[in-house]
Design a protein around this ligand. Structure first.
Ligand SMILES: Nc1ncnc2c1ncn2[C@@H]1O[C@H](COP(=O)(O)OP(=O)(O)OP(=O)(O)O)[C@@H](O)[C@H]1O
Ligand SMILES: [Mg+2]
Length: 498
């Protein structure tokens, strides 16, 4: 039996097809903002979301009377005020189920209709959840698993947004766990991990067999696989003359041998007959690229090592300080992944980009946004090739609008900055004001899932992670303890240092 919560009342604004109020008659059942309710209408079963709960009491309606009583004694001592307190919930109809089909609500519910807590099975179906989907948590205020259909979630792109500490990496970790544990075919997962937060998957017994971690030592960009266009992508300041000449030289080099390094390119430039000034400039660019220390003879890791069905590859960039270097790596990997997938040489994959605003920044000149172009290209065209992106950011305003607007599912956690909320509203398709209004109240671990993956925006409580958590970064308490523990040694070091 569904639990009865209350009865629809008339107000001067409701009921309408888009709003109704009900007085709460069930004393034992709290009604929460954001929970789902159902009621019967002539058409079928109407499902609505509680958008507000008001606490009312006639004794406190007249401010003069309240003031008069409260100055001499309290209202509570003079009247049975507690008995007269009641609650009214405001609810927004979402849809109506008519003989198994979901329709838009066009007729208001009748005053006097009984309102019930939405039944679990009904809710699951109504919201478009998948009983076999990826388990990210529970629907808030309902005992319903928040299971999302993998294909609906990942066939287009996803954005995960919140303030710093809102739970983005936690949620992403949960999502990766679900993908790694999933029965059946699962796309390859590649994570761009600027803080080394996901390397723990490689140490966790549950997941280690499916995980490979690559870091500064194990990532190399193969000079022999770089086309002049790709070099240009790393060195966007190169002029078209330099680019044309370099193209010629590299084509020659490619004909001469299969494998070469950056020094071979440099030698080739030195011994060429190109104009002296262009030559000098080109040598400077090549030297600049060489000094990044990222260029080897061949690409490492190779594509088969990087992209494995149902496997996780963590690109640990935590040892690299220079943003440009990190962008070069991301640009190279993303381009290779995208091109290989376009030719169907590798399986469908999901590229997860943490701190996406660093790699695809909005409003920053090309020289400082080396990886933006390929991320935007993937955002626009990736879905055609089953190459999905999950973009994670704590500053949606600083993230490429092109990339963000292509994310058809948004997982929004705690966001407080009104500009960020406004920006999310503008970049997400079909997000209404009443849904935007839900964002500021979100707590850490609560997420609003909006878009392609669900029929209606859903508030979920993200589940605990199963994988080991990498040591908290920059935890001050821990740093203090560590310092005290090592005090003696620190003192000696300090002495030596002085
Ligand atoms: N659903 C949850 N259940 C339990 N703990 C959580 C949950 N969500 C987040 N946390 C905890 O809250 C803290 C912050 O979460 P997390 O690191 O995921 O935030 P973030 O949004 O990635 O922050 P940043 O932008 O700084 O990277 C972590 O200690 C994390 O373990
Ligand atoms: Mg994070």
């Amino acid at each position: 039996m569904p639990i009865k919560l209350g009865v629809v009342i008339t107000t001067d604004k409701s009921p309408t097809p888009s709003l109704f109020h009900f007085v709460i008659t069930n004393k034992n059942q709290a009604v929460h903002k954001h929970q789902f309710v159902q009621l019967q209408t002539d058409e079928g079963t109407l499902v609505a979301r509680v958008s507000n709960v008001l606490n009312l009491n006639r004794y406190f309606e007249n401010p003069e009377a309240v003031r008069a009583y409260e100055t001499t004694d309290s209202m509570e001592n003079s009247f049975p005020v507690k008995k007269w307190e009641y609650k009214v919930a405001e609810a927004i109809p979402l849809g109506i189920i008519v003989s198994g089909m979901q329709k838009r609500v066009s007729v208001p519910p009748s005053p006097g209709s009984e309102v019930f807590n939405a039944k679990n099975e009904l809710l699951q179906q109504f919201l478009g959840l998948d009983p076999n989907g990826l388990l990210l948590g529970k629907i808030a205020f309902h005992d319903v698993d928040a299971r999302f259909n993998m294909v609906k979630l990942l066939q287009k792109h996803v954005a995960i947004l919140s303030i710093s500490g809102g739970g983005k990496s936690h949620t992403t970790t949960v999502l990766i766990e679900e993908l790694l544990e999933r029965d059946g075919l699962t796309p390859a997962i590649i994570v761009i991990d600027p803080h080394g937060e996901y390397t723990g998957f490689g140490d966790d017994e549950r997941y280690m067999s499916k995980t490979r971690v690559f870091n500064r030592e194990s990532i190399k960009i193969g000079a022999s696989s770089l086309t002049p266009n790709q070099i240009l992508e790393f060195l966007p300041q190169m002029t078209s003359v330099q680019r044309r000449d370099l193209g010629k030289l590299i084509s020659e080099l490619r004909e001469e041998r299969k494998e070469y390094g950056i020094d071979d390119i440099i030698q080739k430039i030195e011994s060429s007959k190109i104009e002296e000034r262009t030559k000098r400039a080109m040598l400077r660019w090549m030297d600049d690229l060489k000094r990044t220390g990222l260029i080897g003879n061949v690409d490492e890791p190779g594509m088969e090592e990087l992209v494995r069905i149902g496997g996780l590859s963590v690109i640990d960039l935590s040892d690299i300080v220079d943003l440009r270097k990190k962008q070069i790596i991301v640009a190279h990997l993303a381009r290779k992944l995208f091109e290989a997938r376009r030719l169907k040489l590798i399986p469908p994959f999901v590229l997860i980009v943490e701190e996406a605003h660093q790699f695809a920044p909005e409003g920053v000149e090309r020289e400082r946004a080396i990886s933006r172009n390929i991320i935007e290209t993937m955002a626009r065209e990736g879905r055609k090739f089953s190459a999905s992106l999950i973009l994670i950011s704590q500053r949606p305003i600083k993230l490429s609008t092109t990339a963000l607007s292509q994310c058809n599912t948004q997982i929004i956690l705690r966001v407080t900055n009104p500009y960020d909320i406004k920006h999310i509203g503008e970049s997400a398709e079909g997000i209404t004001q009443d849904v935007l209004d839900m964002i500021p109240g979100l707590k850490v671990g609560e997420a609003l899932v909006i878009g392609e993956a669900v029929n209606y925006p859903i508030l979920i409580k993200v589940r605990e992670r199963k994988s080991k958590k990498k040591e908290e970064l920059g935890d001050m308490e821990k740093a203090l303890e560590e310092f005290v523990e090592n005090k003696k040694r620190t003192e000696e070091d300090l002495e030596a240092f002085m």
